[in-house]
Write a protein that binds this ligand. Structure first.
Ligand SMILES: C[S@@+](CC[C@H](N)C(=O)[O-])C[C@H]1O[C@@H](n2cnc3c(N)ncnc32)[C@H](O)[C@@H]1O
Length: 200
């Protein structure tokens, strides 16, 4: 599989937009979900570990899942994540993880995964009973967030109502949307949500 983030990995952590989004998502996540020392957490589309770094200090362990070896190499090199994070370079839709987790977090990865229903069902299957998800992504936009023709972008954000229905279909309850960040570019604004839900 082509690593679509190979060229972006090196400079990812010095880009202002990922830094701004991960800051807003982490802040919103800490308010919406209690992170506890016994927890095993999956970060889906963990990238270079911007979200992992904010979650790992408060939980037992983070499983960093991503299909980009280049992004995960950056994550693996971070001294502050040593011993707290395990690396899983795989597509969980094709190859599930052996372990179940108490919480799945994700930032800006869902729009890169074509079949949202299949993804939500896979996340449900990876959770212990009563486990939770906290997934952040773009609200529905006009397709201008990414440059035209960007490979691997399957969704121009997500409509909250439609995503709520898909979460319910996948077996989640207690669905709740939170405003996590807004990216401003020229005269356009791109709001980002964090949706939390519980495995029913
Ligand atoms: C926009 S980046 C976000 C990275 C990180 N969450 C952050 O906030 O900085 C999207 C990430 O999702 C990953 N990704 C794309 N498709 C994926 C899939 N099917 N499974 C897991 N990760 C995927 C990409 O490789 C990339 O690292």
């Amino acid at each position: 599989m082509t690593d679509l983030f190979r060229d972006k990995a090196q400079g990812w952590d010095s880009r202002p937009v990922p830094a701004q989004i991960s800051e807003g998502v982490s802040r919103t996540l800490r308010r919406a979900v209690a992170l506890e020392p016994h927890m095993r957490v999956m970060d889906l589309g963990a990238g270079t570990g911007l979200i992992c770094a904010q979650v790992a200090p408060f939980v037992d362990h983070v499983l960093a899942v991503d299909v980009s070896g280049a992004m995960l190499e950056r994550l693996a090199a971070k001294p502050e994540l040593q011993g707290k994070v395990s690396i899983h370079c795989q597509d969980i839709l094709e190859e599930p993880l052996p372990d179940r987790v108490e919480l799945v977090v994700s930032a800006m990865a869902m729009h890169h995964i074509e079949d949202t229903g299949a993804l939500l069902r896979a996340l449900h299957a990876h959770l212990v009973p009563g486990g939770r998800i906290a997934l952040a992504d773009l609200d529905a936009e006009d397709g201008s967030f990414h440059p035209a023709g960007t490979e691997g972008v399957f969704h121009a954000g997500f409509d909250r109502g439609a995503l709520s229905d898909q979460l319910a279909e996948a077996g989640f309850v207690d669905v709740s949307f939170h405003d996590a960040a807004v990216v401003h570019r020229g005269d356009r604004s791109y709001p980002i949500f964090l949706v939390t839900a519980t495995r029913g």
